[in-house]
Design a binder for this molecule. Structure first.
Ligand SMILES: Cc1cc2nc3c(=O)[nH]c(=O)nc-3n(C[C@H](O)[C@H](O)[C@H](O)COP(=O)(O)OP(=O)(O)OC[C@H]3O[C@@H](n4cnc5c(N)ncnc54)[C@H](O)[C@@H]3O)c2cc1C
Length: 378
């Protein structure tokens, strides 16, 4: 059982106004927004990892808001207004993140986004082309920018891809340096007076009429006036009623190539695979569709099925004929659900949550953080 000192109690663990569980992009953005609204609050962010250990330091760093085939697929189930609202939230979220930390700090580059279509995607591609004017109008309303989507087939051979027939570009998508973004976010939070505690594995939350109590694996009990659960794919451990499921995503990164003919972010096989350049390296991930059941897990790890497929696609489609080495492989855990919208709600007398970011936490994290802070402040 952990026994705290007088000093720890006085300066950190006593009189906590808001405890935030999870120091990913959502937890930190919520903490920053709370302190900005009310600098006097004692806001403590607790994470079980020595760094955030979920998705925020392990993602691909796409600053994206919607590939055309994804939006068309959404439109087959949802109204135009619903789809436009979601895209608008991603667009606004990215702007907020960039304004909060600055483009230089997060390594933002606007190299564009591209969707690749192969022969087997021909039907989808034809629908996308048919819908280009409609999608561009929708984007014009949201972003004020004209002709965001365009057909750029000339780039297929320039980029060196094989088995790719067509390319639709999105001129407004970009990429960030995920590691630098998270380090700046931690710095920003600390500079606003947020206390970040690592190595705090919270096993259970108690919601009392006037306070909350977090029971940690170490035996420590942390009392707070209010608690926000921002644990995304792991949310069910603390709030079992939430409709959020873990989804593992695996990626690899190559060592720097002598030359790389493309820059930007790329969606392949209707978004099941994604790759981008980082300097002359390629970060490549996806393939959850090969084993949805196996990837429905909160355990980090790699599988041969998915990693072999990533290797194969690098060889045959992305950089055919190029010699490369894979320098690192890793996985992260996302939070998914039946709906693509995040869950931002009050879950008890003094307990709240902001979870289920899907594959778009970079895009919406800053916005969700602000919304969660507003909800807690009410
Ligand atoms: C491989 C991969 C690629 C991705 N690519 C992109 C992309 O290109 N663009 C994009 O927009 N999004 C992408 N995403 C999704 C994005 O990273 C996530 O949506 C986002 O990071 C979620 O942030 P979060 O703060 O909600 O959760 P997380 O970053 O997962 O943070 C949750 C935190 O809660 C902590 N925690 C969990 N349980 C407990 C507990 N019981 N006690 C204490 N702490 C706990 C964890 O340690 C973790 O740090 C990707 C995700 C992955 C895995």
């Amino acid at each position: 059982m952990y026994s705290m000192s007088f000093w720890e109690k006085e300066s950190v663990l006593d009189r906590i106004d808001v405890l935030i569980v999870g120091s990913g992009i959502v937890g930190l953005c919520s903490a920053i927004a709370l302190k900005k609204n009310n600098p006097k609050l004692r806001v403590v962010v607790a994470d079980r990892g020595f760094l955030p250990y979920g998705a925020s330091t392990r993602n691909a760093g796409f600053a994206c808001f919607g590939s055309i085939s994804e939006l068309l697929d959404d439109l087959s189930r949802e109204s135009e207004q619903e789809v436009a609202n979601r895209v608008e939230r991603r667009w606004k979220g990215l702007k907020k993140l960039r304004a909060l930390l600055g483009d230089e700090a997060i390594g933002f580059e606007n190299n564009g986004g591209f969707e690749l279509f192969t022969a087997s995607d021909r039907l989808v591609f034809e629908k996308c082309i048919e819908s280009l004017p409609r999608m561009n109008n929708m984007m014009l309303e949201i972003t004020g920018k004209k002709e965001i989507y365009s057909l750029q087939n000339d780039k297929v051979s320039r980029f060196g891809f094989k088995h790719v027939e067509s390319l639709i570009a999105n001129s407004e998508e970009g990429q960030i340096h995920t590691g630098n973004m998270m380090v700046s976010l931690m710095r920003k939070a600390i500079s606003e007076g947020v206390i970040i505690l690592n190595g705090i594995d919270i096993e259970r939350l108690e919601d009392h009429p006037n306070h909350t109590e977090a029971i940690c694996a170490s035996g420590l009990h942390i009392k707070a006036r209010k608690t926000l659960v921002a644990t995304n794919g792991f949310a069910k451990k603390l709030l079992s009623e939430l409709e959020v499921e873990p989804a593992r995503a695996q990626v690899l990164i190559t060592s720097p190539l002598e030359s790389l003919p493309f820059q930007g972010i790329f969606h392949y096989d209707l978004g099941y695979y994604y790759f981008r350049n980082i300097g002359n390296r390629i970060l490549f991930g996806g393939g959850r569709n090969l084993a949805f059941e196996e990837e429905h897990t909160t355990s980090f790890g790699l599988t041969e099925t998915i990693q072999n497929r990533l290797d194969e696609l690098l060889h045959t489609v992305i950089i055919p004929g190029t010699t490369y080495e894979v320098e690192m492989r890793w996985s992260g855990i996302m939070g998914m659900g039946g709906s693509k919208s995040p869950i931002i709600k009050k879950t008890g007398n003094n307990t709240y949550c902001a979870v289920r970011m899907g594959g778009m936490g970079i895009a919406i994290g800053a916005l969700v953080g602000e919304e969660a802070a507003r909800m807690i402040d009410e």
